[in-house]
Each structure stands twice: as C-alpha cells, then as structure tokens.
Design a protein. Structure first.
Length: 397
C-alpha cells in the first residue's frame, strides 16, 4: 500500500474567503482542496447586499484602511498591499462579472445578482482544477508530530492529510449558512486564544414615539451618533430603516460597530433625519446571529500580518472573519476576506509548496480589464482520502 501524499493546501470553508483562496491557489498551480460543511458553497455570500453582493468599494486601499480604523488598519495593511479594492474589481471583471459603481462608490455586479459572483468563483475553481467538496463538515484539525508538521483533517466520512491548512470559516452570525464557529474551535485546539464574540454590524432595539410614527419607512440620508458621558465618539451618515423593533440600515449598523468595538455599556444613540433629532439611552442590539459581521474570534496578535500564518501553530493560516477583523458596511468586509485570502495563498505558494508555473500578476486595473483568466494545462489535483467511517446521507446544520 502506497503512503498517502498530503494535499499541499487544505481550505476549511467554502465562503467568500475560502472560495477566493481556492481560486488563487489554482491560478498559482498550488494543489488545493476546499471542504465546505453545507450542500452549496457561498451561502452567506449570496445574502450580501440584500442579494446584490456589494463586492468592494471603489476607493484606495489607504482610504479603506483609514475607514476601518485600528486595530484593523495596521493589521490589514500587508493584505491590502497584496490585493487592493481596485484589484478585487479587476479579478471579477476578468472572470466575467461586469461591475458598476454607485454614487457612494460601493461596487456591485452590474446584474445586481450575488449568484453571478458565486458562479464566477466556482467557475474559476473548475477551470483551474481546484477541488471543492460539499457536505463535508470538518470535525477536527490536528497537527501531526515531526518536523514535516503535516495536519490530519477529519470529517464524519473521510480524513485528509494536508501540508498546510487555511481556516476560512467566517464568524458565527447566520449559522444556517454554515457560519457556526468551527474555525475558531479548531484554532483554539491548536493553541490559540479566542476573543469573545460580539455583533459588529447590527440594528438597535429601541422604542420611541418617533420610531412608532415612522415604522416601516426608509430614509436614504440620516446621521447616527454615539455619545458617552457627553462626548461624541462616532458620527456617520447612511440609510436608516425604521422597523417595528427599532432602527436598522447602514447608518445604524455602523454606529453599532462603534458600540461593539469599544465595549460600550453606558452610551447614548442619537439620530437625525431632516429636522428631527432623537436621542435614546443605551439601546440593546439585535441578536448576534443576525449580525452582518462578527467581532471576536482569533486575536490579531496571534497571527502574522505579513503572511496570515498562525504565530502559535506553523503551517496554519487564516483568512476573513474567523479572525477578529471587521469593517463598516459597504464592501469593506468582503474586501478584507478576499485580501487576507490572497495574502495567505501568496505566502503559502512562496514557501515552496509547488513548483508549477504561476500566471503573471497584472499591475494595474486597466491592464487587467481585457485579460482572460489563467487556465493551467496540468491535470486537476486529486486529493488523497483516507476512509474513516461509513458514508451517511445528508449534511449537518
């Protein structure tokens, strides 16, 4: 019996970060396998921007980092050097997703269909021969002893050996899409601490006569502010939705991010619509499971920002929301997912896991606009599987 050869890169999670990492690994000729727990990939991606998929924002990397603030600005700077917002746009345009930029510079598929983004990602996986395995919830990630430092990755039905593992499982909101905190659990088992989860972009639950009078209405231009002890901590503009339970929309979501990031308990929320200004004291937020993004997870000081590799477990990498990173609503969080995936794959490929030729990296958006996707001629990578249990139909929640 021949010894199993580890897959060069095993990606846990078939969401935005995991799919994009698989696409870039395939373009670099790096053998990769994506394991996704649900029966379809990119389920949360399909929900982004109310199904329209706000891919990124048409601003510079430097401006995006400033908007995200610390600690993300310093930590994500190398990732945005690896993949800027303009480069995100170029990649999807080259992969047959025409884009459009709104007045506020948010970028969407021209079709306003998130399915077009998911199809572009899965088509790129197909074209590069990168394997995607669905209905494959990972149960354990273990580092094997020895200098080689390979990983044993187990699902209910099979096990895989991997040279390197990229955790791209997302946060813990909208668990029915597959974001149930698996990656954070694996990171903890491999030596990482975890920061407590908090909703990063979420609506405020509050009652007030003004909300009662305007329930069901949406205001395109509103301003939300956060105060503590009379000091203004945050002010931002955007859409405001008046719901029966309180306030939603971009203006409220971004204000809630300030509350979560600073762990505010005693604060005041103020909003202005037209000539009306209303202030309420310390409203609660909607449940964590409804948050657009999760704050918390793998601490940033335990990840090398130059490579996205674990400082605790060599060979373990991270991408996206599994780490304690978040940004405002409006394309920031997807850009961070794509950029951290790009940096991790670049670091892994540069470490010598593959000697296959790599496609040239275009240097400008205009140069990339008419380029065709890289299609390597090598045979699709066939990952080694080791049977570890009987096959059972159906996926887990």
């Amino acid at each position: 019996m021949h010894a199993l050869t580890p897959v060069p890169l095993l990606i846990v999670g078939g969401g935005a970060a995991g799919l994009f990492a698989g696409c870039l690994a395939g373009e670099r000729g790096l053998g990769a396998l994506i394991l996704e727990r649900k029966h379809k990939p990119g389920r949360k991606l399909m929900m982004c921007g109310n199904g329209r998929c706000n891919l990124t924002k048409d601003i510079s990397a430097a401006q995006m980092l400033r908007d995200m603030g610390e600690p993300m600005a310093t930590f994500l700077a190398p990732a945005f050097d690896a993949l800027s917002p303009a480069a995100v746009q170029s990649w999807f345009e080259r992969h047959n997703v025409p884009l459009k930029s709104m007045e506020d510079r948010r970028v969407f598929p021209r079709s306003e269909q998130a399915a077009d983004v998911v199809h572009a990602l899965t088509d790129a996986l197909r074209d590069t021969g990168t394997a995607l395995c669905l209905n494959a919830p990972v149960e354990r990630v273990e580092r094997l002893p020895g200098e080689a430092g390979a990983f044993h990755v187990a699902t209910p039905h099979f096990s895989v050996l991997a040279q390197r593992v990229l955790l791209a499982t997302g946060g813990v909101s909208y668990p029915k899409t597959g974001s149930v905190g698996d990656g954070q659990k694996f990171a903890k088992a491999l030596g990482h601490a975890l920061k407590p989860y908090r909703p990063g972009l979420i609506g405020f639950v509050c009652t007030h006569p003004w909300i009662d009078a305007h329930a069901g209405r949406t205001f395109e231009q509103a301003t939300c502010r956060i105060f503590r002890n009379g000091q203004k901590l945050y002010e931002g503009q955007g859409q405001l939705d008046c719901e029966t339970w309180g306030l939603g929309g971009a203006a409220a979501y971004n204000a809630s991010r300030c509350v979560a990031r600073q762990n505010l308990g005693d604060f005041e929320l103020e909003w202005t619509v037209g000539r009306d200004t209303v202030r309420v004291h310390a409203p609660e937020t909607r449940p964590l499971k409804e948050a657009i993004v999760t704050i918390g997870g793998v601490p940033l000081n335990e990840v090398d920002p130059a490579t996205m590799q674990s400082r605790k477990c060599p060979g373990l990498f991270f991408a996206g929301e599994v780490m304690d990173i978040d940004g405002p609503t409006g394309g920031y969080n997807l850009t961070a997912a794509f950029a951290t995936a790009a940096l991790a794959v670049g670091a892994i490929a540069g470490a010598g896991t593959s000697s296959r030729p790599q496609p040239p990296a275009p240097t400008g958006r205009e140069e990339r606009r008419d380029a065709r996707p890289y299609r390597p001629s090598h045979r699709p990578f066939q990952p080694p599987f080791k049977k570890s249990g009987p096959y059972r139909r159906g996926g887990s929640n």
